[in-house]
Design a protein around this ligand. Sequence first.
Ligand SMILES: [Cu+2]
Length: 188
Amino acid sequence: MVSFTTIAILGAATLAAALPTATTPQDASPALGRRTGATHRVEAGFAGTLRFEPENIVAEIGDLVEVHFAPANHSFAQSSFAKPCVPINDNAIFSGFQPATKGVQAEAPNAFTIEVTDKLPKWFYCAQTKGNHCQMGMGMVINQNFDGGATLDQYKKMAAWTGVSISPPIVGNGGTLAPPSMPFNGKA
Ligand SMILES: [Cu+2]
C-alpha cells in the first residue's frame, strides 16, 4: 500500500522536475518576500533639522523604505525600543554614514533601502555622534504599536538621556545602498 506521504513526495518531485527554472537568484533570497510595489521615502536630516521625515511609518509586509540623506553626515541604524542610540544587536540594520555637502548636493549620492519583512515595530536612529543626532531627536519607527506605551515620543525621551551613540558593526547591513529611485523633495 502506498501512503499519502509517499504520493505527496512523488508529486512534489514530479512538479519540481517539470519546473527547471522555477526561481531566479533574486527570488531565492530568504530576505525578499513578495513585493507590494509600495516604497516609503524617508529623508534623514529633513530640511536641515535633526529629524527623519516622516518619522512614524505604517508599512505592509513587502513594502520598501528608501532613506535619503540630506547634507551633513547622517545614517540609519537599528536599535531596540528600550535602548535608543545603540545597535539592537550585531546584526543591526545600518546604512553607514552618507555625507553630502550643503549648498552643493541636495542629498547624498546613495539612498539606503530596506524591505519590511514583518509587522513588528522597528526602531531606528542616526548614529552620528558629532552633534548627538540621536539624542537630539533623530529617531524613527516603522510599525509602532499604537495601543501600547512604546511610542516614538517615549523613544525620543529615552534617547535624550542616552550616552554617546554607537554605530552598528556592519555597514550596509540589512538593506541596499544605491542611487535614489525617486527624487529628493529639495528642501535640504
Ligand atoms: Cu544624523
